[in-house]
Structure formats: C-alpha cells, structure tokens
Design a protein around this ligand. Sequence first.
Ligand SMILES: *Cc1c(COP(=O)(O)O)cnc(C)c1O
Length: 380
Amino acid sequence: MSESSLSALEQAAAKPLPSSGKLAGRFPLYAHPSPSSDQEVAQVLKKLQFGTAFGDFMSAATYTEDEGWHRQGTIPYGPLSLDPAAAVLHYSQEIFEGLKAYRHADNSIWAFRPNYNAARFQASARRLVMPEMPTELFVASLIDVVRADTRWVPDLKGSALYLRPFMFASEGFLGVRPAVEYTYLCITSPVGPYFKSGFQPVSIWVTKQYHRAMPGGTGAAKTGGNYAAGLIAQQDAKERGFQQVCFLDSVQGEFLEELGGMNVFAVSKDGSVRTPRLTGTILEGGTRLSIIQLLRDQGREVIETDISINQLVSDIKSGEVVEMFVCGTAAVVTPIGHLAGENFDVTLDNSALTEQVYDHLTGIQYGTIEDTHNWMYRLA
Ligand SMILES: *Cc1c(COP(=O)(O)O)cnc(C)c1O
C-alpha cells in the first residue's frame, strides 16, 4: 500500500488556480426581472433546511462539438425549456458535483478545494462520454454565480451556500449514443445541516439485498443514475427505522463500500483509522481525502483497505473498533451510533475522534483554523 502516493484526482487538484479576480466574468451577469427582496432572503436564511431554497441566479453554458463551450452566462434561476426527446430524460447521461461556499467573519466567501471538484467533474464526464469542462471554466462558473448570489450565503457556522454544478445531454434524439449537445448549469441553495439532528449519531442499515455499483460500472462517477439505483435501498432502510443505508461490494457481498452519498471510516482502539480502499466502485470523496490527510498530519495511521462487514461487527463487539463516522460535503462529518444488517445489530457510543475531525475540518472551512494545505479558495 503506497500511503503517500496521490490519487489521480488529488494530483489534478494540486495545481494552483489563478485568483478569482482573474477568472471572474466569464459567465456574464444577466439582469434579473424579479430578484428576491432582502426581506425574503432573510426569511429563508433564518430557518435553513437542506436543498429546499434556491438563490436568484444560476450559471449556464452549452457545449456542442462544433462550438465547444459557449453561450456562458449567469442567468435568473428558473424553469428550463427542454426538448422532450432530450437524451438525459431517456438514457440518463448526466453528471453533477456538490460543494459549499462558506462566509468568513470578514464577509469574504470561500470554497473548499474547488479544483478537486473540477477534476472529479472531468473524470465523471469521461466515464459518461461527455465533454470535459476545463478547470478554470468550471471554477469561473462558481465564482460568477456566488458573486451574483452573495446575499444567499448564510453566516452561521454549519450553514453555507451549497453549489450544485451539473451537466446533462440536452440533444433531442432517441438513438442510443453519446449526445452531441450538452447543457451545464450551476444552481445555488442556502443550506443548514444535512441531518436535522445536527451532530447526532446516525443509524445505518447495511443492505445485502441491493448494490449501488459493480466492477466496471459507474460507482466512481458522480452521476444521477447511481442515486436512482440506490433509492430503493434507502427506502428499505427507512422502513426498517434507519436513517441511511450502507452498501457492500457486489462481487462477494462482504466488503464495506459507502453510503448513497457519503464515505465511511472506522476508528480502532489503538487510534488507527480505516476506510474502504478505492476499488473503482466507490466515489472518491473530497471530504474523505481531506480527512485522511488531516489524520496523517497528526501522525495517525490511516489504512485504505478492504473492510469485511463480519470482521467489523465482531471488532465492534470486542471493542477493537471504538468509533465510526460518515463524511461528505453535505453531511460533513457525522458519527455512526447504530449499525445493523440481517444478522447483526451493534451500537457505538464514542465520537471523540469524529468530533475532533469535524472541528478541524469545519475550522478550516470557516476560516478559524489555519489552512496549512491551501485548500481554501476565495470566491468573493
Ligand atoms: C458526493 C459523494 C460522496 C462525497 O464526496 P465529497 O466530495 O466528500 O462531497 C461520497 N459518496 C458518493 C456516492 C457521492 O456521490
């Protein structure tokens, strides 16, 4: 295991970006006929949920083979006009990203490793045979929409302006082949914590019945189809009284993979930490990657490896594994309090390291802890 070697995505994300002042303006701002009033914005920001409110603007671009990326703009958020034959509606050629804009105490607005999201968006595009959006154009789309929607960036710790860049096949055509026209959009949504319970342990059902990914499939790409395929498992977990579902590998049905939209970690009593290795069926989370780095910075051993569910359960029972947590941009870092499947049911009541990781990561994101890796990028 090469602990220090960087993943391809990490390498791509290590290239420094020009300042936002240099990239701004590539998505020219269009006038909004009826922007929300300051009072309406304040109302929404007072009681934030996850993904229910949206900003006034979205950045947009079109790709065609002939013209490449063109028709860029920051335009009023609103319904799209779409050909009913648009390939995305039939064959799901779609990818997305998710990141947050954080307001710091001095009112500056920052993103966490946006070049990582740009690199992952390109990797997802390659898997779905879609055009890659160059990193600088991708980041420019974030800068321009955030600058148009600054009023929507909340200032409470734990809340942020969630950015959702996505791209889909907009060509109207019913044959099965990669489309020749694509639409890119980035919408914004002011959000509070993902789990209503806040920093409370979540309960997880480990499904043997359903899988989200398979070798050679699209598990490592951030594409809507993976989520659609996982909904039934999520619903099954809910019906059993659990908040989230965890998937196992689809070949042996034994090794821990991840949740529908979060990566997973286990902490051993000797202080070492394990997380499933990237096999091509797991989405490589930027939060996962950053947590691994922060833990290694502390001199802690972090092992990316296969984690057998049977071994894990007996390790939890014996006290060998003392703590588990899930992580992702939306959920940040959340402890697992209850883990169950068809033939096991265990609880965990420790979240000391999880809280430390949460404090460290969010401290960097909200600008209260030194950002030694230069992960933060000023948007506005
Ligand atoms: C987005 C996502 C994650 C988390 O990735 P982050 O970059 O940390 O937000 C994990 N798993 C899946 C399936 C995802 O779609």
